[in-house]
Design a protein around this ligand. Sequence first.
Ligand code: SF4
Ligand code: SF4
Length: 512
Amino acid sequence: MAGPETLLEKAAAADAAQAAFESGRKPAPKAADVPPPSLYAARIKVQPKSVTGKYRTIKWAVLIFCLTLYYLAPWVRWDRGPDAPSQALLIDMGAPRAYLFGIEIWPQEVYFITGLLVMGSLGLFLVTALFGRLWCGYACPQTVWTDLFMLVERWIEGDRGARMRLDKAPMSVEKFTKRTAKHAAWLLIALATGGAWALYFNDAPTFVVEFFTGRATLVQYFFVGLFTTTTYVLAGWAREQVCTYMCPWPRFQAAMLDDQSMVVTYERWRGEKRGPHKAGTSWDGRGDCIDCGQCVAVCPTGIDIRDGLQLECIGCGLCIDSCNQIMDKVGRPRELITFDTEARQQARAKGGRAKWKIVRPRTLIYAGLLVLVGVVMLAALLLRTTVEVNVLRDRAPLFVTLSDGGVRNGYTLKVLNKRRESVDFLLGLKGMKDGHLLVQDVGEAGEGQSVILPVKPDKVATFRVFVTAPPDKERDERVEIEFVLTNPVRGEGDAYDAVFVGPHVRHHHDRD
Ligand code: SF4
Ligand code: SF4
C-alpha cells in the first residue's frame, strides 16, 4: 500500500502535470524532497475529474439501475390475501417473518437467508475470478452512493479544477452558498436512503405517512437517523477511505485473482519511456504515455495506475476512458491503460496473442458450488412443509402412576400452521398400542386414540398433551413413540419421535 508521502507526491505531480498539459506547457518537475516517512496517514482529499467514455457510461447505467431498484422495490405490491401484508419485499420484525414475493420465510427457516448470503458470496467469488473487482467498481453500495454524491457535488461546485480552487479560496458568500447547497442536497439524498431502508421493514405507504406526521415510533426514527447519518458520512466524507481502510474485501480478493482475471492495468511495455510529446515530432524511442496525469485526475481513489496493480484500485475503468481520450488526441492506439487479463497483456508485450481462459479450476469450483447451493436451496424451498410439530417431554415428574395402575407422561407440543387458514390437525400416536391421548383445553375432541389440535392461520400453537399407557400391559422402561400430525383436509403433515417412560412391567415369560 502506498504511504502518505507517495500519495502526496503523486497528487501534487498529477495536478502539476495536468495544469501543464491543459495549458500546453511542459509539466513541472517532480518534487525532489520526499518528506520523512510518517506512521500517520493524513487523508489527501481526492477531487476526481469528470470523464466520459465506455466505462463511465456502464457505470452510470449500473448506478441508475441499482438506485432505482433500491428506492422503488419496497413500493412493489404483492397480494397475499386479506390477513397478510401486501408488500412484495418485507421483513416484518413483529411477526417475525420475511416476505419475498410468493415466498414467506419463518424464523425457523432462517437457513434460507443464510443460503442466499452463501450464494451471494460464491457469486462474488466467481465474478472476481473472472472480472476482477467489478463489484467494487460498479455495484458496491459504497461506490454507487459515492458516485451519486460526487455527481451532486459537481453540479453545485463544478469540476475538479473549480472544486480545488473553491477549497483553497477564503470563505465568501459564494463559497458558503455552494457548500450549504451541497451538504443540504447530500443530507436529502441520505435521508431518502435511510428512509428507503426502513421501508423494507415496514409497509411503505403507511410508514411514509406515519414518518412525516410524527406518528412513527422512536425506534423507527432512530434507525432512519442512523442510516441517514451513515450514508452522509460514508458517501459524502469518507468515500474512497471506506474501500482503502475499512472494507476487508480488497484484502482477501487477491486470493480469487489469477493471471486470467480481468484487471485494469497500464501497459508499461507500451507506455514507457513516458514524457511530454510535442505535436508533429516522432514517437520513435519513447513510449505512448505523455505523462499528462489525466488517469490520476479522474481516479476516484486518487491513485496512479501506472505504478502497477494496487489495493486501492477499485477497477472502475475510468482511467481507461480518460487515457483513451488522450490517445485519440495524440493519435496513438487506444487501450494504453486497459481492462484485460494479465496473461493476455504479457502475451501482447511480447508481440503475441493469448486467449482468455474463462473455464479454469477456480471458476469451475466457484460455479459448481454456486449451482450446488442453488439446487439445494431450490429443493428445500419446493419441499418445505406448511406444518411442523415439535415435542418436549416433561422431565419432572418423569411419569405419574395413576390410581388404576396406568402410567402417564406429559408432553408440550408446538404446532406450526404456515397456512393462511385455520386447520384442525389430527394427532395420533405410533409405537404404543392402546396409548391414550389427552389434550388440555380442547374439550371432548382432545381425548382418545387420536385427538384434534386446532391451530389458527399463520400461527404457532402450544398444547399440553398427556399420553397414558393402560395398566398391566407388557412394557419396557423406555418406549420409542412417535407423534403423528396430519392435516386431514390437505393430507400433509409432520411427525416427531419421542419416548415414553414408566416402570418396567414384568410378564411371566420375562427371563430376568
Ligand atoms: S497513462 Fe494515459 S492518461 Fe495516464 S498519464 Fe499517460 S497518457 Fe496520460
Ligand atoms: S486506477 Fe483506474 S480503475 Fe483503478 S480506481 Fe483509479 S480510475 Fe478506477
